[in-house]
Design a protein around this ligand. Structure first.
Ligand SMILES: CC(C)(COP(=O)(O)OP(=O)(O)OC[C@H]1O[C@@H](n2cnc3c(N)ncnc32)[C@H](O)[C@@H]1OP(=O)(O)O)[C@@H](O)C(=O)NCCC(=O)NCCS
Length: 192
């Protein structure tokens, strides 16, 4: 998977996790909101966070996941994370997930990160045809984020998104609506 030339948006740049970011990750893994809506490892200790960060290059090399932090261009502080996973090379698709650090919420960070990552996933070296987001309907802030980032609702599928979820069902959004009959390379000017 690609290295370098990461996405950017107004006010922030995205880059891979670095060893020095460990405490930010530990804080996020301890945040009740992040634990409620995203998959946090059972071992959320500082050592586990350091190991997870160290394994980032391998997850990228093996095409398993691309996890980037959003960093403020003003002072370099970490604002949140956005990641791609579940890569489907045949369909040129991936799933996107995100969180914003507790102290940085309500200022458009998640929307900017999701928008930047999605645009880069389509137009950058990955050249994906579609990015999919699964959002718990009881998480209205993330529904707002994904809609504002230009995703369209495909439908609802059964099953809990996380252990902490209280609803049985996930909203599935796509960065581009699938077009019946599109056959791939060059089939459509709209990339789908
Ligand atoms: C959801 C989350 C990512 C939002 O991050 P953020 O940086 O604050 O998001 P943004 O500022 O880009 O946009 C959030 C929007 O949702 C709105 N919002 C927040 N809480 C809301 C609620 N309970 N109901 C409806 N809208 C809500 C905000 O007001 C904002 O809209 P505004 O700009 O009109 O005010 C953040 O709260 C978070 O990290 N939550 C825990 C992890 C998580 O849920 N990850 C996503 C899993 S799919």
């Amino acid at each position: 998977m690609t290295n370098g030339d990461w996405p950017s948006a107004e006010g922030l740049v995205l880059r891979p996790w670095a060893v020095d970011d460990r405490d930010v990750l530990v804080a996020a893994w301890a945040d009740p909101e992040v634990r409620r809506w995203t998959a946090v490892p059972d071992d959320a200790s500082p050592d586990a966070a350091a190991r997870w960060i160290a394994g980032g290059w391998r997850r990228r090399e093996e095409g398993l996941a691309l996890d980037l932090v959003g960093v403020s261009v003003d002072d370099g502080r970490i604002l949140g994370e956005v990641g791609l996973s579940a890569f489907d090379t045949a369909r040129r698709a991936a799933r996107i997930g995100w969180w914003t650090a507790a102290s940085e919420r309500g200022r458009g960070v998640a929307t900017a990160m999701v928008r930047a990552m999605t645009g880069w996933a389509h137009d950058g070296p990955l050249a994906l045809r579609v990015v999919v987001a699964e959002v718990d309907p009881a998480n209205p802030a993330s529904v707002t984020v994904v809609r504002r980032a230009g995703y369209e609702l495909l439908g609802k599928v059964p099953g809990r998104l996380t252990e902490g979820s209280t609803t049985d069902g996930r909203l599935v959004f796509a960065s581009q609506p699938p077009v019946c009959g599109a056959t791939g390379e060059g089939a459509s000017a709209t990339r789908v």
